[in-house]
Write a protein that binds this ligand. Sequence first.
Ligand SMILES: [Zn+2]
Length: 496
Amino acid sequence: MIAFCDLLKILGDREEARDGSLSVSDILDQQLTAMGRNWEEVGREALRQRIVQLRSLYDWPALVAAINICPERTSRGFELVDLFNLLDMHLQSGHGFPDREKTFLPPQRLIGARGALGLLIQTMFYIDWHAKARKKRDLRHHEELAIALGRRMQNEGRRIASQGGPDDFELDDFILGDVDFVSLNWDPIGLWAQFVANRSLNGASNIPHVGTPAHRLALYHELGYFIAGPRVDKAHKGSKVWQPMNVSSARQLNDCNHGANLRIRVTNYLFPHGCLWWRECPNCGKLSSYIGDVWEIDSTSLLPPPPLRAFVDVGQFKSWCTGEEERSKWQLGEVDARACVHCKTLTYAHHTPMVMQTNFKTAPPPFLDEIQREMRVVVQQADHIVLAGYSLPSDDVTYRAFFSARTRRNSSGLKDSNREVRCSVVDLDDRYGDGWIYPAEIQAKGKSPETVKNAQDAFGRENVRFFGGGVPGVFLDGNARVSASAVERFLLWDRA
Ligand SMILES: [Zn+2]
């Protein structure tokens, strides 16, 4: 927590300021001391300069001022989406606004406030992950679920292969599994668990074989975009750049005339709002990714560090610095500096693309635009949508319209009109026990949770079921272990 206290101190948390001043250059002694713990150069002026540089990127007082005028909607306070809305709306129109004390915040400060919001979210995820990774808390269920999903992909692949001919490996039915993932926040832990699980399944001696002659059946992911990053396995000879598999490559390799010695299935995993692993290069504009140093579920180098030395340990991020320039920045204290895979320009924490589905969004960068289009395709083909940790709130106009269009299209006699779109809602509500409950029972219970009502509005009462035991309960069996049958109940509407 020292690291987090240093960060707030350096960014000028208002509790620390003498008169609540919002000035970037008003720096107190204890703030200089905190900076001194995190910066190689010594002397008041060097520390002052670094503080001003950080504050111009991450304007903490402006963010606090914005939070203070957000409406209090729940007992927990404001909603994150309101804050994104407030900042994005003003950034788009180029207007500022007065804070609670009637001090006017000009639009330039809002860019810094948006930066501070991004950094705050990244830092919270970073701290939470390190607490988890050190204590291995909660990770067993993630791990078991990922293995269960991988085995499911293998079994399904074997079944499809046994029924089809040699050319069928190129068809979408074989290549793509029947489950896709869309993450509306920026946290890559679920995908990381699947990466690690697939890697162990693909490398196992009992890996299934399909086709004649028999080929290994390997599992990979499609992320909706070409996302290059440095290899995790640094001992690998050849290219140090790693790229995830994708559907087009899988289709080519699965072509029986290609000569590849494996058959590939991929799972869609989409981050339409960005991801903590990613950096958008300020020079070439392309996307680079970083997924850590080691192929271990509890990798302590999994998430890029916030921009202070206090967040990193000696020996952690062994391969974060691959070039001379990165190394000298790390030495200095800019531990978040990382070269773009494409043009080698240095990128920093504030280049992590993070958007929210606000009502005032500007055009997203092209990679997010493409991933959002991919999500559209995925959702339009789905006949069962599981909402976990997302409530489809009534003011999320875009997603509501998006899902409603999907259900209307089905009832309008157009393509696939005979397929009902079902929706499963997973939330925490102890009035509902720990089993799935279906439309009639939901009805009989009377007043429904907000999440269920929102889903009923979009999908229709008869198409919504509910699980009140939350995650990970929803895919656990009676022994608190992930089981294949609990996973089937989770994924398939009619397996209750
Ligand atoms: Zn670049």
